[in-house]
Design a binder for this molecule. Structure first.
Ligand code: KG4
Ligand code: ZN
Length: 353
């Protein structure tokens, strides 16, 4: 079963080809990130236009990388939600057109579920990938942490899962992005906070962890505000000081300490809940997924605190990519899940789990 997966929910135009749900044949990702950096966040209109310009080339490159022709592709999978409407539309229309013209079955994929399936990819002939040696075993506790999502999910089997909890406000990646902006680090915030944090003291600032009613729910807006107050305080100003003027007043050492303290607490917040879920449900595996799964601090804290060994997939499969979409598409096809109608499949920007 060879599936071509298309991902265009945000700023990455991505196509992956996966065989049998576990063999990575191609993973081509073209990001329009550089075009958004000047604005400090993704601009939906620019993202959508970039997808239009890139998508056919990215599909062709993926086929070439996998050394495939359309005859070798058994099915097409596409992210239909959640995401930016204009961006999703380009991927979905491309997938629908290809499904019709090439005569392939079409599978509609939930972006957040797909992130988890990046962990099922275990082998490749492509250079430069560090993959897990074996797929995770059910039941699985999955921590999904990205720019748009922070969720804790219990997976009992393929297509059989329960949402345990989720963020009540910002996603964890979004908190990284906003904190980066406060202290004047470039977008996207995750990698730039991570880099700056290396020079700082993670205990320099006492930042709060939100106490939530829901046992497995998260909140990051209070932490973000606490970072803002700590930064204002660090330069001897109060809450009236405009945040846009903070970066020029903060020293590099203060920025590094704030980045390190924030990163420690943000990661602890999600790891606390993941450990709690582990203790309650005793899963066979724990996996992390989404852009923040690329965080070495998250990997370090989880490995340290989990009583079972945990393995992590390649950084390139943590952030948005088409291979995760293709991997989930393979499982849908191999396990007889319903196909989508290529003449009517619509986008679902607010799709939840
Ligand atoms: O999964 P993803 O590529 O896109 C969404 O579906 O949202 O995740 C992007 C998010 C961004 O917020 C980015 O700041 C964050 O993942 N991220 C990280 C790291 N690398 C990316 N956060 C923390 N540490 C990192 N190393
Ligand atoms: Zn994502």
């Amino acid at each position: 079963m060879v599936v071509l997966g298309i991902e265009s929910s945000c700023d990455e135009t991505a196509v992956g080809i996966v065989q049998d749900g576990c063999i990575l044949r191609a993973n081509v990702v073209l990001s329009s990130m550089d075009l958004h950096a000047a604005y400090g966040g993704v601009v939906p209109e620019i993202a959508a236009r970039s997808h239009i310009e890139a998508i056919t080339t990215v599909v062709a490159q993926a086929l070439e990388q996998a050394d495939c022709t359309w005859d070798d592709i058994d099915a097409i999978a596409v992210t239909y939600g959640a995401g930016l409407g204009g961006s999703l539309l380009i991927g979905v229309l491309t997938a629908r057109t290809l499904a019709i013209t090439k005569g392939k079955p079409l599978y509609a994929i939930n972006h957040v579920e797909a992130h988890v399936y990046a962990n099922f990819i275990t082998s490749t002939a492509l250079p430069g990938y560090a993959l897990q040696a074996a797929p995770p075993q059910f039941p699985i506790v999955a921590l999904i942490a990205s720019g748009g999502h922070s969720q804790l999910v219990l997976w009992r089997g393929h297509f059989d899962y329960t949402l345990l909890g989720q963020t009540q406000d910002d996603a964890v990646g979004e908190a990284f992005d906003k904190v980066a902006k406060i202290i004047g680090l470039p977008y996207p915030g995750g990698p730039s906070v991570e880099k700056k944090a290396k020079e700082g003291n993670a205990h320099a600032y006492a930042l709060p962890k939100a106490k939530m009613d829901g046992k497995y729910d998260f909140s990051f807006s209070g932490l973000k505000t606490a970072v803002l107050r700590a930064a204002q305080n660090a330069i001897g100003e109060d809450f009236r000081f405009a945040s846009k003027n903070l970066p020029e007043r903060l020293s590099e050492a203060q920025k590094a300490d704030i980045a390190a303290s924030f990163q420690r607490v943000a990661v602890e917040t999600v790891v606390d809940k993941a450990i709690r879920a582990f203790e309650e449900f005793g899963p066979a595996s724990v996996v992390i997924a989404g852009g923040v799964a690329a965080s070495p601090e998250l990997r370090r804290q989880l490995s340290e605190r989990l009583p079972i060994p945990i393995t992590y997939t390649d950084f390139k499969l943590c952030t948005d990519n088409g291979a995760m979409v293709a991997a989930l598409g393979c499982y849908q096809a191999m396990r007889g899940q319903p196909v989508a109608d290529p003449y009517t499949l619509d986008i679902a920007p607010n799709l939840s789990m």
